[in-house]
Design a binder for this molecule. Structure first.
Ligand code: 3PG
Length: 210
């Protein structure tokens, strides 16, 4: 079985969140991200082809760390595991969803937006989580404010994160990486401009290094 990282937040500074409408697009996007220095992908379970796309990426681009996003139920978690996912991301954190994701044995980032949700995750032994939807939930100032009372929790803020605000998040001690869809604009995918996606990935890596 492919290896699973101890820390999902420490693999890439920017986690590409991808909504794929065609299997072949998903494979090309995965290749383009790897070429640009981002060997990880959160492929969302939001389209009918998502699970097939995960299987294709697992087969054809094994060097990318493949994650499933938009995991809403324990059933989704199991389907993603079977399709080759190596980590899971959810937008929320209900007790049954946390249990279902834990049952897969994969690392996972539950979605949180309040201190109580963060504490529910910490009580379950989960210290890495998604902060979603980041910008409208208080953004970087919110994460900064909770770093002192709950320093054990580390986040991947996602939702409204852009190249302009990503550095502010990445500078926080409780942020491991940020997530966003800006690496795969629908227009570039439509034009099959995979080099354009590689360029956006490169830019994301260098903004994180700056
Ligand atoms: C997610 O599921 O994480 C969001 O859809 C991210 O979307 P955005 O980067 O376009 O805000």
């Amino acid at each position: 079985a492919p290896s699973v990282p101890a820390s999902v937040l420490s693999v890439v500074p920017v986690m590409p969140v991808v909504v794929a409408h065609r299997v072949e697009d998903a494979v090309q996007i995965a290749r383009a991200l790897v070429a640009g220095g981002l060997p990880a992908i959160e492929l969302t379970l939001r389209t009918p082809v998502a699970l097939d796309a995960m299987r294709a990426i697992a087969d054809e681009v094994p060097e990318i760390l493949l994650g499933a996003g938009t995991v809403l139920t324990p059933g989704h978690a199991k389907q993603a595991l079977d399709a080759g996912a190596r980590f899971l991301v959810s937008p929320g954190a209900t007790p049954s969803l946390l249990a279902g994701m834990a049952d897969t044995g994969l690392p996972f980032l539950p979605g949180t937006a309040t201190v109580s949700e963060v504490l529910i995750c910490l009580e379950a032994g989960i210290t890495e989580m998604k902060f979603f939807p980041a910008e409208v939930s208080g953004g970087a100032p919110y994460l900064k404010a909770i770093a002192s009372p709950v320093p054990e929790a580390r986040f991947c803020p996602t939702g409204g994160v852009t190249p302009a605000n990503a550095p502010t998040y990445l500078a926080l001690p409780n942020v491991g990486c940020v997530g966003g869809t800006w690496l795969t604009p629908p227009a570039l995918v439509e034009q099959q401009d995979w080099d354009g996606i590689t360029a956006l990935a490169r830019a994301a890596v260098s903004l994180a290094e700056a």
